[in-house]
Design a protein. Structure first.
Length: 205
């Protein structure tokens, strides 16, 4: 792509580093910002900088938060005995949108993927194990995507938690194999949570 301005090229190159954004989309976004009032562009820039500088991760569940403890973990009406384990914040948002779950969460920060060099020590797994040991958790729901990496992570977590005095369940597979939770419609995802099954049952062939 030929650019008439080095400044334009630099901006497009930065935008194109975002997931799913190619150079044509990046150019469209940059030109849009270029046509906006300077005050609006400054507001946009400040929002991104403030996000990067001030965002926190909940000390309990590792979800993105404005405070040390997120609103879900500090919510008085949430069932603290029920923990839903998810890959990232997008999955928390997807499940919350179903209005079918009233427990709390634990965000792993990814999935086990040897091909990508991601092992158990790179994820928030030990903090989950310590959390189970230290609190009155009754059930852990493994709500991870139905992918090879998701299934690998679920099996690893099951082996780590199976000797604990808790119920370990997994969401019903109403979501197609290879599906991501964030792309599932709210009705399907909601049903998969409410009709969850003990993980041991999924191991029976």
């Amino acid at each position: 792509m030929n650019f008439s301005s080095k400044l334009l090229e630099n901006a497009v190159n930065e935008f194109s580093t975002l997931p799913g954004v190619g150079q044509k989309t990046a150019l469209r976004l940059v030109l849009h910002l270029l046509n906006q009032p300077e005050a609006d562009v400054e507001k946009f820039s400040q929002a991104i900088l403030q996000l990067k500088k001030e965002i926190r991760f909940c000390q309990i569940c590792r979800n993105i938060s404005d405070n040390q403890i997120c609103e879900i973990c500090s919510g008085l009406k949430r069932d603290k005995s029920l923990v839903c384990v998810v890959e990232d914040t997008r999955d928390v948002m997807a499940i919350e949108n179903t209005n079918q779950y009233n427990g709390v969460y634990h965000v792993l920060g990814g999935l086990i993927s040897p091909m990508d060099g991601i092992g158990p020590s790179d994820l928030n797994i030990e903090s989950l194990i310590e959390r189970v040991k230290a609190s009155e958790i009754v059930e852990v729901i493994l709500a991870l995507s139905a992918t090879m990496e998701g299934d690998t992570t679920i099996f690893y977590l099951y082996k780590k938690l199976k000797d604990s005095d808790i119920q370990i369940s997994t969401i019903a597979r109403g979501i197609a194999f290879g599906g991501e939770l964030e792309y599932a419609d709210e009705i399907t995802l909601g049903r998969s949570i409410t009709t969850r099954i003990p993980y041991e049952n999924s191991l029976i062939k």
